[in-house]
Design a protein around this ligand. Structure first.
Ligand SMILES: C[S@@+](CC[C@H](N)C(=O)[O-])C[C@H]1O[C@@H](n2cnc3c(N)ncnc32)[C@H](O)[C@@H]1O
Length: 228
């Protein structure tokens, strides 16, 4: 009897010890998380980067085949995180690297989506590549999208559409969704950005036409996430 009592008491001590340390572990994880909030650039947002890392892990453990791509790279800030999240995959980087094209802006202003006046020309391909940990994985696709696709023949596991405007986002969905592997993901940024209303319009139109469900997430300016 005494033996059992002693062991029960021991068990309680062990339980308390485990709970205390679990608490300490949780506290340190939360502290690490809080720290990330500071070093992830505000314009990208903790939610968007962490969601990227979580879907990259799903793609990895489920062996989803395909390359990775971003349409709308600008200075490569989000692409840098994509490059690190997919260390062994080719990363296609689509951009004019000169800012918006007039023909896309005409559609914006005609439909009241946005003024299309934001300047994204202060970038270079070298500046983007210098940020990449796995630089050899990067393939630059400079030029007007969709013309810049050329004779590319690829399937994709993850795609980021961050071109702000209705036309390139719609064209991006038209090109990438059919080439997205089963189990792959597309992020469309600016889904809830009132300054670029064409982004939401492109997503809702394409997804309605093709009966594709998506989830809006709460990063700055909002991202819509499609999972195939
Ligand atoms: C908001 S910026 C991208 C931001 C970037 N993803 C980042 O991490 O900071 C939008 C980019 O989309 C590009 N873009 C918009 N329409 C395009 C088109 N039709 N073809 C190629 N690039 C386009 C612009 O040149 C611009 O660099």
């Amino acid at each position: 009897m005494g033996f059992f009592k002693k062991n029960k008491q021991d068990a309680k001590v062990v339980d308390r010890y485990i709970n205390k340390n679990k608490f300490i572990l949780e506290e340190s994880m939360q502290a690490l998380d809080r720290e990330r909030l500071f070093y992830i650039p505000v314009h990208l947002g903790y939610v968007r980067i962490s969601t990227l890392e979580l879907v990259a892990e799903e793609i990895r453990v489920n062996n989803i085949p395909g390359a990775v791509a971003e349409l709308g790279v600008y200075r490569g800030d989000f692409a840098k995180y994509m490059n690190e999240a997919f260390p062994d995959r080719r990363l296609y980087l689509f951009d004019t690297f000169e800012g918006f094209s007039v023909e896309d802006v005409v559609i914006e202003t005609k439909n009241n989506y946005s003024p299309g006046t934001q300047d994204f020309s202060d970038t270079t391909i070298e500046l983007v590549l210098d940020k990449m940990k796995y630089r050899d994985n990067c393939v630059i696709k400079k030029g007007y999208f969709p013309d810049s696709i050329g004779d590319l023949n690829e399937n994709f596991a993850f795609v980021s559409l961050d071109a702000d405007l209705y036309k390139p986002i719609y064209e991006g969905l038209k090109y990438f969704y059919p080439r997205l592997s089963q189990g792959g993901f597309i992020f469309i940024h600016d889904y809830n950005n009132g300054e670029y209303k064409g982004a939401k319009r492109a997503v809702t139109e394409y997804c309605k036409e093709h009966r594709i469900p998506f989830i809006p997430i709460c990063d700055p300016w909002g991202t819509a996430v499609i999972a195939k």
